[in-house]
Design a protein around this ligand. Sequence first.
Ligand SMILES: *[C@@H]1O[C@H](CO)[C@@H](O)[C@H](O)[C@H]1NC(C)=O
Ligand SMILES: *[C@@H]1O[C@H](CO)[C@@H](O)[C@H](O)[C@H]1NC(C)=O
Length: 180
Amino acid sequence: MKAQCVSLCLLGTTLWLCSAHARGLRTCLISTNLRLIEESFRGIKQAIQAKDTLQNVTILSPSETLHGMKALDVCCMTKNLLAFYVDRVFKDHQELDPRILRKISSIANSFLYMQKTLQQCQRLCHCRQEATNATRIIHDNYAQLEVRSAAIKSLGELDIFLAWIEKNHQGTSAASRPET
Ligand SMILES: *[C@@H]1O[C@H](CO)[C@@H](O)[C@H](O)[C@H]1NC(C)=O
Ligand SMILES: *[C@@H]1O[C@H](CO)[C@@H](O)[C@H](O)[C@H]1NC(C)=O
């Protein structure tokens, strides 16, 4: 009887955690206006991508890392990729054009803000081996290039990351979508 209760309780807790996970993710990112970030990026996308001369390599390597990522891994992968951009890409990139720099700073600030909001539900943001491996692939790809090329290429691939966030945090982006 006691054992049965324990397993029932565990099941209940798991179910509660799962729904809290879905809810948590939503409230965690809902306050971020993805559209504003996309807009900032659109303004510099051409200039950034034009500086990226290595067309045949990819850092985010979406087919290996992002596509087919399970819903369970979305929170962790989002967290890891935000950290990748904040701790590595934005720091490594040296921008001379003040107009582009302003946009990049604005995106960086939004990412910092998203990191903070994600941290509020970090206990629900479980990292499985799949997400850890995918993150390692990205860091390895980055390390294989010369640092400036790697930073430019990763900036140019922001649209891949943004589209992935949008696709995987539906409801979130819908809530912040302006009327068109
Ligand atoms: C990418 O292309 C350059 C020349 O355009 C070549 O030197 C390099 O080896 C290629 N890299 C890969 C990973 O195919
Ligand atoms: C993660 O990578 C390790 C080492 O490359 C591998 O042994 C393991 O099977 C991978 N795990 C998953 C879940 O992809």
